[in-house]
Design a protein around this ligand. Structure first.
Ligand code: DX5
Ligand code: ZN
Length: 211
């Protein structure tokens, strides 16, 4: 069964704790937290303090997606804030192998994300070390965008490349009941969804519809 990681980018921030509790009760498998720096992506969201608040609100794994130019400087902040999985972008990590090791040394699982135009081949020599690969199916920065169909081929390629390795394939952006089915057929293990989980307020039915 595919896992659902609701993105709190679409939550009501004035009621963040209640939102997290509601997501947990609705059957979320993990909580996806989008950290944006206004440089790597044209939007600015939250930092480690919010991750800490989410940590205090749930037992679910925290899946922290760093959309920042300088992730190497920030790894420790998010480890201390309680992140379980820390995902960085391949596009901003010249020493990707080392960054992955640093994430592991801080006690977190390591994920690497690929923008829509970035090839899966860039990960060839670090595949053994990865816990998660996050395929961006929109250009990162905002919720509510349309799914980029070409990314289905990337999901399939990553499934092919997995062989005996343990990494999970996660997809982020434009996920709804239709694109969720396409992603799962292509090989996705985890789906991130903001708009589709929060729409209308019935989180339980929305998560069920995606599964
Ligand atoms: C986009 C973020 C996503 C976003 C997904 O840059 O990484 O996690 O919240 O939102 P939807 O599901 O609305 O496309
Ligand atoms: Zn994300």
């Amino acid at each position: 069964m595919v896992l659902i990681a609701p993105s709190i980018l679409s939550a009501d921030f004035a009621r963040l704790r209640e939102e997290i509790v509601a997501l947990e009760q609705a059957g979320a498998d993990m909580i996806h937290i989008d950290v944006m720096d206004g440089h790597f992506v044209p939007n600015l969201t939250f930092g480690p303090q919010i991750v800490k608040t989410v940590r205090e609100s749930t037992q679910l794994p925290l899946d922290v997606h760093l959309m920042v130019d300088n992730p190497d400087k920030m790894l420790e902040w998010f480890a201390q804030a309680g992140a379980d999985i820390l995902t960085i972008h391949a596009e901003v990590c010249p020493h990707l192998d080392k960054t992955i090791q640093n994430i592991h040394n801080l006690g977190m699982k390591a994920g690497v994300s690929l923008n829509p135009a970035t090839s899966e081949k860039t990960l060839e020599y670090v595949l053994d070390k990865l816990d998660q690969i996050l395929v961006m199916s929109v250009n990162p920065g905002f919720g509510g965008q349309s799914f980029i169909q070409e990314q289905l081929a990337k999901i399939s390629a990553l499934k092919e490349m997995r062989k005996g390795r343990h990494y999970q394939i996660e997809v982020d952006g434009g996920i709804n009941a239709l694109t969720a089915a396409e992603c799962v057929s292509a090989g996705a293990d985890i789906l991130v969804a903001g708009t589709a989980v929060f729409a209308g307020g019935d989180y339980k039915s929305n998560i069920k519809a995606l599964k």
